[in-house]
Design a protein around this ligand. Structure first.
Ligand code: KIV
Ligand code: ZN
Length: 528
């Protein structure tokens, strides 16, 4: 039997820490659901002491998903951090506390101002404290404590061995080796893990783990080198999300281990057919688009354009294809729906694509797709996926777009006229409002009139237009990010008309800002 590598996902902690990628609790719950569906073994849900928002998210994720995956909370080697993490994790069935303390000479001297022996003393004391807390819970037979010597890749090997040995003796069950600044190279990282395996006498009492950052573009290669040297847990994020150049990408690690099982002789518990969906979701909620040629989940990852490749593929797919698109749940250009497709065929397709949606959402998605079939010749899987994602998690809105009209072109003053329905609570008729504004271009004019009608004046910080599939009649997807009252909100709009998609995306973000619903603080409210 191959060894099973524990997949520890830190999209919601290390990934979310990346500027512009913060998620509100509702978005974190959506991502946590996707991680559970993927079969992620350990979900690092946040850093509870860092902010009330992080605490709440860890608590909620623990309550809802803590019987399916192990839910982990991060803590510095401080009593108050550990107590707060433990408090947040109380209701989760399967739990882990993750402690970290830097060990490299640079961090010791400039950040911590602590001597080596003090670092060891603090590590031992705090690992024991976390293990003691956990062992007080009747259902926990073995405390699940992870310790990370931060910046391990730049730590003297002798000192690293000493810290690791003492942390294990104090009760750490996982030792994670972070390459915090993405400094390692594959052979270097292999040697660090091998050295620990060889020189730490009690190393067999813990699981060794990798946590590689991507500053030199080597995070995945370094993690795999760690596995080759004997690490049995990999820490990673969906789409490689994370500070600076990001973390090791989960989808790349998992597919490398699977595709090259002949070499690594390991397996994971990941349902690889859910990778594509998880990637799209994380991209949508963070507004971080995935580059087209990104390995595994990029739109071009399975496109074979070159004639010579196409010729080979026609003879046998294995000539140029090392993974099957369906193995990663690729949603591409399959033609799936005509105007006359029935509900049954449609539901079947939706389920094959890996979506589970309730009946009411199904009806709305089906009707949207039938309406779309009137506008464009062919409906692709990608169209259905985009509609499902725009329909799911749809909260009630104060304003809905009824109609709009845009006037523009060379030598004219772009003007937008918009009609909105403004809801006045459940029991009264919506109010109809109309207004018009000019702008630099049609999109600017639409955004200006919407600002005036909603009496909000946010700053637009991101505006992205993407085509959902190929073809001139393709649906356009617009993603916007706005800042309002020191919070950041995302909106998404979908239409074959990109001006309408723009209006819908912007209005969705305005609705969220108006309700103060969700959104994330611009300056992280983290106290650490
Ligand atoms: O990169 C790092 O060192 C970390 C630790 C908290 C594990 O994220
Ligand atoms: Zn990190």
């Amino acid at each position: 039997m191959p060894d099973v590598i524990t997949i520890f996902d830190t999209t919601l902690r290390d990934g979310e820490q990346s500027p512009g990628c913060s998620m509100d609790t509702d978005e974190k719950m959506q991502v946590a659901q996707a991680l559970v569906d993927l079969g992620v073994d350990v979900i690092e849900a946040g850093f509870p002491i860092s902010s009330p928002g992080d605490f709440e998210a860890v608590q909620k994720i623990g309550r809802v998903f803590g019987s399916k995956s192990t839910i982990c909370g991060l803590a510095r080697c401080r009593k108050e951090d550990i107590d707060r993490a433990w408090e947040a994790l109380q209701d989760a069935e399967k739990v882990r506390i993750h402690l970290f303390l830097a060990t490299s000479p640079i961090h010791r001297e400039f950040k911590l101002k602590m001597a080596e022996q003090e670092i060891i003393r603090r590590t031992v004391e705090m690992v024991k404290h976390a293990a003691d807390l956990m062992s007080q819970r009747a259902d926990i037979t073995r405390p699940n404590v992870e310790f990370s010597p931060e910046d391990a890749a730049r730590t003297e090997l002798d000192f690293l061995c000493e810290v690791v040995e003492k942390a294990i003796a104090a009760g750490a069950t996982t030792i994670n080796i972070p390459d915090t600044v993405g400094y390692a190279t594959p052979t270097h990282f292999f040697n660090v893990i091998s050295h620990l395996k060889k020189h730490v006498p009690n190393i067999d009492q813990c699981v060794l783990s990798t946590h590689c950052h991507n500053d030199l573009g080597l995070a995945v290669a370094n993690s795999l080198a760690g596995v080759e040297a004997g690490a049995r847990q990999v820490e990673c994020t969906i789409n490689g999300l994370g500070e600076r150049a990001g973390n090791a990408a989960l989808e790349e690690i998992v597919m490398a281990l699977r595709t090259r099982q002949d070499y690594y002789h390991t397996a994971t518990n990941i349902q690889t057919t859910r990778l594509w969906h998880a990637s799209r979701l994380v991209s949508k909620v963070t507004g971080m688009t995935v580059q087209r040629n990104k390995a595994i989940v990029g739109q071009n990852a399975f496109a074979h354009e070159a004639g010579i490749h196409q010729h080979g593929m026609l003879q046998s797919r294995s000539t140029y294809e090392i993974m099957k698109p369906e193995d990663v749940g690729y949603i591409g250009e399959n033609l799936v729906l005509g105007k006359h497709s029935g509900r049954h065929a449609f539901r079947d397709r939706v389920e094959k694509m890996g979506y589970t949606i309730d009946d009411a959402t199904f009806e709305r998605v089906y009707n949207d797709c039938i309406a779309l079939a009137d506008k464009k010749k062919s409906i692709f899987d990608a169209d259905i996926a985009a509609i499902i994602e725009s329909r799911a998690h749809h909260a009630p809105e104060t304003w809905t777009l009824q109609s709009f009209h845009v006037f523009g072109g060379t030598g004219t003053i772009p003007t937008a006229t918009v009609e909105l329905h403004q809801s006045n609570g459940e029991n009264s008729e919506p109010k109809i409002t109309r207004d018009a504004a000019t702008g630099d271009g049609p999109v600017d004019a639409i955004f200006r009139v919407l600002d005036r009608m909603t009496e909000l004046s946010p700053v637009l910080t991101q505006y992205v237009v993407k085509s959902v599939s190929g073809g001139k009649d393709a649906q356009g997807e617009v993603l916007v990010e706005i800042e309002h009252d020191a919070r950041r909100y995302h909106g998404q709009g979908l239409s074959t008309d990109i001006l309408e998609a723009s209006a819908r995306a912007y209005l969705q973000a305005l609705n969220k800002a108006h309700a103060g619903r969700g959104g994330t603080p611009i300056a992280p409210e983290r106290g650490v």
